[in-house]
Design a protein around this ligand. Structure first.
Ligand code: ZN
Length: 153
C-alpha cells in the first residue's frame, strides 16, 4: 500500500468514525431516503435550499464504512453549491466510479478523491454512490425512497 492509499483509507475511517453533518434538518422539504439492499446501507439526506443554493446538508442512517464516509464527505462537498453544480458533482462522482474510463476519476473533486479506490471493488460502488443518489432525489423534493437496485446505478 502506498502512502496516498493509506492516507485515503485513513480519511474514510475518520469520516466513518466521526461523520460530519450527521444530524437531521427538521423544517425542509428537501429530504429523501435511500437504501442499498445489497449491503444493508440506509441513509436519509436533508438539504436546506434557498434561491437554488444548498445552504446546509446533513444525513442520518446506518451502513458500512464506505457508505457513511461517502455521505459525510458528500455533505461537506454540497454545502454552498448551487443545485445545478450539485447535480454536476453527482454526475461526475457517479461517472468516476461506474464508467470504464480512466479519465473519469475523482482527482479534481477535493476530499472526495479518498473514495477513488472504491472503483476497484465493484460490489462497494453502490455503497459509495448511495448518498449521492439520495441527495439527487432530495434535490427534486422527491419523497419516494430511492434504492440502488432500481435506479441505474
Ligand atoms: Zn455498504
Amino acid at each position: 500500500m502506498n502512502d496516498l492509499t493509506a492516507l485515503y483509507q485513513e480519511m474514510i475511517l475518520d469520516h466513518n468514525k466521526s461523520p460530519r453533518n450527521f444530524r437531521k434538518i427538521s423544517d425542509t422539504a428537501y429530504h429523501a431516503d435511500g437504501v442499498n439492499p445489497l449491503c444493508g446501507d440506509e441513509l436519509t439526506v436533508y438539504l436546506t435550499v434557498t434561491d437554488d443554493i444548498i445552504h446546509d446538508a446533513s444525513f442520518e442512517g446506518k451502513g458500512c464504512a464506505i457508505s457513511i464516509a461517502s455521505a459525510s464527505l458528500m455533505t461537506e462537498a454540497l454545502i454552498g453549491q448551487t443545485l445545478d453544480d450539485a447535480e454536476a458533482l453527482f454526475k461526475q462522482f457517479h461517472d468516476a466510479l461506474t464508467k470504464d474510463d480512466a479519465s473519469a476519476n475523482l482527482s479534481n473533486m477535493g476530499k472526495l478523491v479518498a473514495l477513488d479506490g472504491v472503483k476497484a471493488y465493484p460490489a462497494r460502488v453502490k455503497c459509495a454512490t448511495l448518498a449521492w443518489h439520495t441527495s439527487h432525489a432530495a434535490m427534486q423534493c422527491s419523497q419516494k425512497q430511492v434504492t440502488t437496485e432500481i435506479d441505474d446505478v
